[in-house]
Design a protein around this ligand. Sequence first.
Ligand SMILES: NC(=O)c1ccc[n+]([C@@H]2O[C@H](COP(=O)([O-])OP(=O)(O)OC[C@H]3O[C@@H](n4cnc5c(N)ncnc54)[C@H](OP(=O)(O)O)[C@@H]3O)[C@@H](O)[C@H]2O)c1
Length: 242
Amino acid sequence: MRTANESTKQSLDIIIIGASGGIGQYLVRVFSKTNRIIGTYHSGSPINLEGGAEYFKVDVTNLEEVSNFFKNIGPSLSMPILIYSAGISPNNITLKISDKDWTNTIAVNLTGAMYCSREILPWMRSLNYGRLIFISSILSRIAISGTLAYSVTKAGLNAMAKVIAIENAARGITSNAIALGYFELGIINTVPKKFLNNCVIPKIPLKRLGAPDNICSTINYIIDSDYLTGSIIDLNGGIISK
Ligand SMILES: NC(=O)c1ccc[n+]([C@@H]2O[C@H](COP(=O)([O-])OP(=O)(O)OC[C@H]3O[C@@H](n4cnc5c(N)ncnc54)[C@H](OP(=O)(O)O)[C@@H]3O)[C@@H](O)[C@H]2O)c1
């Protein structure tokens, strides 16, 4: 079995699902300095990198596309890290949520994560190495009105990380989630500035949004530790969740 310390010395195969998003693009930029990057996008555009990342257009809700993607990259993997960062966040209170918003949110945030995990695990198990990192949310831990579908999927993602962790613990594979608070990029741009300044930031003990490098250092920590598995890491500037 290969250890995490060995992994830090080698170039990793970092697969970013949602590489076209705010967080995904940031991760591509940072991790491409020393690793191979394989990124997916759907309706947006990933960033162009000199020296290149390998990009694939994949709708995570489409099993055939997900399956073909992993069949394509699987044989070339050596030290695979899967970062599941695809996500959508429709807003509506329970009384008004549409069937379409509910179904799409489950499909992208949760079913897509299951498809990607199920497709990559055989490759990871054959290598006796792997890291699954699910980008979850503080909304999996605390209740905010108008976030039903999103919150439910992120709570599901936390459970997914834990179950996959115990099922694969003997194979050098770890599985963890990072429950992000409010960060200064990506999906947060859909939240009105006034609401952020008046209602969100005052409730963060550190009194600021999270910086992207906090996400990166947490991912590095997960990659480097072969004893951290089945954990949900709260990265939220001190907001207490129960
Ligand atoms: N930013 C924050 O403060 C924050 C806080 C808590 C949690 N998060 C979580 O962090 C993750 C990344 O968020 P972000 O801020 O980077 O959001 P973002 O900028 O909106 O990016 C979302 C990503 O999801 C992808 N995606 C959406 N539907 C897809 C589909 N059907 N198939 C494949 N990919 C699809 C998008 O691809 P295309 O654009 O190419 O369609 C994009 O790459 C999300 O899971 C989000 O819930 C973010």
